[in-house]
Design a protein around this ligand. Structure first.
Ligand code: 4AD
Ligand code: MG
Length: 430
């Protein structure tokens, strides 16, 4: 018997096939049963008529509980009124396991309850749609870099040093020494870019974020391109092109999933280059004109990012931040030493920062000063300083947080739903 998958069911019109899956839900109207059948690839309506399957099999159908596992055999028929345009007229049912009292019922559940049952919640239509969009975004990211001659070089997760500040480091025992879980792969990415020209790394990163916000996880996935012979404007061009490519792919391949999520597609279709580019200082003026009290030198919080994003309805690129609020490796602006050539991309619709990056400092003396200022241990960074000793070149890169992008594209209020098993200050389970 041919085993079909629901996402490809149209290829089997008029044929008798088998589906392997689970009961999404079921109901009965007299001698006809309606089974919403889920196979992981999609959901399809299956018609179980007593006259077709016989009395015994119909009793089996009646015993099916939510999320019982079973295989069904039947003919695939077109039905414009059925969700997805096809349904199956079932001739045989084979039960693998009758599920007992599945905890997630069609009634409303609280977020905490759902999060505690995340391992099961993933099976729901919405969560399934998010998983698919996340996959599409990650695939787009890889395709984008791969097709532009970037080489993937994986960076380590156990590291001896901090790159994004010492306050959010996770330390772990490493044979009597302390190793830190990587906050970023960037420093290794810089080494890789000097070896391969255009590089990216993509992996999990870790930050001991003590604040509970809808944008922060303690474990999140970041993709980080790093490019030799690249200055800040070109760095922003790469970020812009990457975002456009992702949106295009998702709209091409995941409209159904975005429909399930009730995403307003117009808002995504509307995204067009060039994205507005404003300096931090221009943003401060914009905020003050808009009645938001904000002092030059402070870091933007969620309200500021949301306000700036709302002025344009496009991703906004903010550049040239105050030196004091940015990481030690950012290049000082040769025209104004109070600012660095950093850049952030703020997503529209209040989703805030999705990308952070910069041109990198190439002067070894300036880097050593910054390492001292931040009270970092220079010995840990000697290998990194070697990159400035042996063939230092202008170079730039950025990091894009996958979960923030998934939240924006799917229009999810909280990053906890953007990753299969979220890690936050209050959650390590399941
Ligand atoms: O702005 P960040 O801290 O930049 C870096 O780590 C650089 N080293 C990247 C580079 O230049 N190669 O982080 C980059 C992005 C943010 O814009 C955000 O999208 C995401 O990573 N991010 C988080 N996402 C979820 N939870 C958190 N706690 C995050 N912290 C950062
Ligand atoms: Mg940042």
């Amino acid at each position: 018997m041919t085993v079909a998958r629901i996402n490809r069911i149209s290829e089997f019109e008029g044929k008798t096939v088998q589906l392997n899956g689970w009961v999404y839900n079921s109901r009965r109207s007299g001698k006809i049963g309606f089974l919403m059948f889920r196979d992981g690839f999609g959901i399809m309506q299956c018609i179980v008529a007593k006259n077709d399957v016989g009395e015994e099999a119909f009793e089996v159908f009646k015993s099916l509980t939510q999320e019982s596992s079973l295989s069904v055999v039947g003919e695939v028929v077109k039905n414009d009124r059925a969700p997805g345009g096809f349904e199956m007229v079932v001739s045989e049912l084979m039960v693998h396991q009758l599920s007992s009292e599945y905890p997630i019922t069609p009634k409303e559940h609280g977020t905490d309850f759902l999060m505690n049952h995340r391992h099961l919640w993933l099976r729901s239509k919405r969560q399934h749609a998010i998983l698919k969009v996340r996959h599409e975004i990650i695939k787009a990211v890889r395709d984008f870099f791969d097709s532009n001659d970037f080489t993937l070089c994986d960076s380590p997760i156990f590291t001896p040093n901090a790159a994004e500040g010492t306050s959010t480091l996770f330390g772990t025992d490493y044979f009597g020494n302390t190793a830190f879980l990587a906050q970023t792969g960037q420093l290794y990415g810089e080494a890789a870019a000097m070896a391969v020209g255009r590089h990216y790394n993509f992996g999990p990163t870790f930050r001991a974020e003590k604040s509970k916000t809808r944008r922060h996880l303690t474990e999140f996935w970041m993709v980080e391109p790093e490019i030799a012979y690249c200055e800040i404007d070109e760095n922003m061009n790469w970020a812009e092109r990457l975002i456009l490519f992702i949106i295009e792919r998702v709209l091409e391949n995941r409209k159904n999933e975005l429909d399930v999520l009730e995403r307003d597609l117009g808002k995504l279709e509307h995204i067009k280059a060039p994205f507005p580019r404003l300096s931090y200082t221009e943003c401060v003026e914009l905020l003050n004109k808009g009645g938001i009290n904000f002092t030059w030198g402070d870091d933007f919080g969620a309200p500021e990012e949301t306000f700036i994003g709302e002025q344009f309805n496009q991703p906004v690129m903010v550049h040239r931040f105050p030196t004091a609020i940015k990481a030690f490796y950012m290049k000082r602006d040769p025209e104004n030493e109070k600012v660095v050539l950093g850049m952030d991309v703020l997503a529209p619709e209040g989703f805030g920062e999705i990308i952070g990056g910069s041109e990198r400092e190439t002067e070894i003396n300036l880097l050593e000063d910054r390492i001292k200022d931040e009270e970092l241990n220079q010995a840990d960074y000697e290998w990194f300083l070697d990159l400035r000793r042996y063939g230092s070149v202008p170079h730039s890169g950025f990091g894009m947080g996958i979960e923030r992008v998934v939240a924006w594209i799917c229009n999810l209020p909280h990053v906890r739903e953007t990753i299969p098993f979220p890690r936050t200050i209050g959650r390590l389970n399941p």
